[in-house]
Design a protein around this ligand. Structure first.
Ligand code: MG
Ligand code: ZN
Length: 380
């Protein structure tokens, strides 16, 4: 009998070894929308508003590290529903922020570098544009430039993420109600043409302002759209004094609630630079950016709880840096290591709270986040 078990064990081992050695010839296969997810995309609880929070590069280790550096607490603990998404692109196993944000915004797998376009470079409608079509109010807030891959993929369509001036021109046509982020120069002092897109924004009924006006002084005048530029190019690191994400979030949620009336709103708010800390392999950069984002996670929860009709969804596009918390770490001295200066392929946690949140439980493709948001809003 034991001989039989030993033989069986060897056979199993051989089978496993063969499986491991199989090369991944087609790295990305996209299953039918919900075939592998029994929970589906529909809920009997329909939210009126969606707050979608993205921590760029915020993998599970970034969350864990931020938590450990914050007396072992993260505001994500308040979120009752947790899932995981598979962060792959159409042409690469390891996604970039553009393909990942396009997956969230449009529900399609596309190639790295794509902004709101499919593998054929053709524009695909985004959830923000669908919300605009339904007369919902919309907002985009980032701690990068506003034309950077993550926010851009919700309101622009371009074959390549670094065509910043083209993306800026495209974004002013999207009629997003609130735009808050850096990158003023791509609108104002352009190299590819002589247009001043700040003037164009004003002609499209935007109140245009920038970092010279204290963000806490912005008035909630919903007769105008808002474009507030936090920097000429990239905003500062949080460690260098950038502190607008929480006040920008407070302003945006109150503005959108007031403006949307009965129609509801969709807003994406990004902690953009957790990713940049990962690329730089800098422990303190990652932690400080995470801790800049955490109060937004907390505020969104409080705001949605008080509102009662708002779904909050929080995730990342991918992990950055292959971050590890090393075995020599102690509670007082966390030792970290990085395996890469780029993104890695680990699955990414998703947190949700509010009406419809239960559909975010489970494991699914990154594109399913679009399917689920659109599904619970009943927008298909
Ligand atoms: Mg980003
Ligand atoms: Zn990155």
């Amino acid at each position: 009998m034991s001989k039989f078990i030993a033989t069986l064990a060897i056979i199993v081992l051989i089978i496993c070894a063969c499986k491991v050695r199989q090369p991944i010839t087609t790295p990305v296969s996209v299953p039918p929308a919900i075939a592998d997810n029994p929970i589906g995309n529909r809920s009997s609880h329909t939210p009126k508003n969606i707050i979608f929070l993205i921590g760029d590069g915020m993998g599970l280790t970034q969350i864990t590290l931020g938590m450990m550096e914050n007396n072992n607490y993260t505001s994500l603990e308040r979120y009752p529903v947790i899932g995981l998404h598979k962060p792959t692109a159409s042409n690469k196993l390891i996604t970039d922020s553009a393909a990942a944000a396009t997956a969230f915004a449009c529900g399609i797998k596309t190639y790295n570098g794509a902004i709101g376009v499919g593998p054929d470079s053709m524009a695909v409608k985004t959830i923000l544009e669908m919300a605009e079509d339904k007369s919902m109010a919309t907002g985009l807030v980032a701690t990068s430039t506003i034309i950077h891959a993550t926010p851009a993929s919700f309101a622009a369509h371009n074959k390549y993420r670094k065509n910043y001036e083209e993306i800026a021109a495209d974004m002013i046509d999207a009629d997003v109600d609130v735009l808050i982020g850096g990158g003023k120069k791509y609108f104002e002092r352009r190299e590819s043409d002589n247009q001043n897109l700040l003037t164009a924004l004003e002609e499209k009924n935007y109140y245009v302002s920038d970092f010279r006006e204290n963000i806490n002084d912005l008035s909630i005048d919903t007769s105008k759209n808002i474009a507030y530029f936090t920097a000429d190019t990239d905003p500062l690191q949080a460690m260098m004094g950038r502190d607008y994400l929480l006040p920008a979030t407070k302003f945006t949620l109150d503005y959108l609630k007031k403006k949307s009336g009965d129609n509801g709103f969709f807003t994406m708010i990004e902690g953009s630079q957790i990713d940049w800390g990962g690329h730089a392999n800098e422990h303190d950069y990652v932690v400080s950016e995470y801790l800049d984002f955490d109060p937004v996670i907390n505020y969104a929860y409080e705001w949605a709880k008080a509102d009662g009709e708002t779904l909050v969804v929080i995730t990342a596009d991918h992990e950055t840096g292959g971050l590890a918390i090393q075995p020599e770490s102690t509670p007082d001295s966390l030792v970290t290591a990085f395996t890469s200066t780029y993104h890695t392929g680990t699955m990414i946690p998703v947190f949700a709270f509010g009406p419809g949140s239960e559909v975010f439980s489970g494991i699914y493709e990154n594109t399913a986040i679009f399917d689920k948001m659109v599904g619970v809003l009943g927008m298909e």
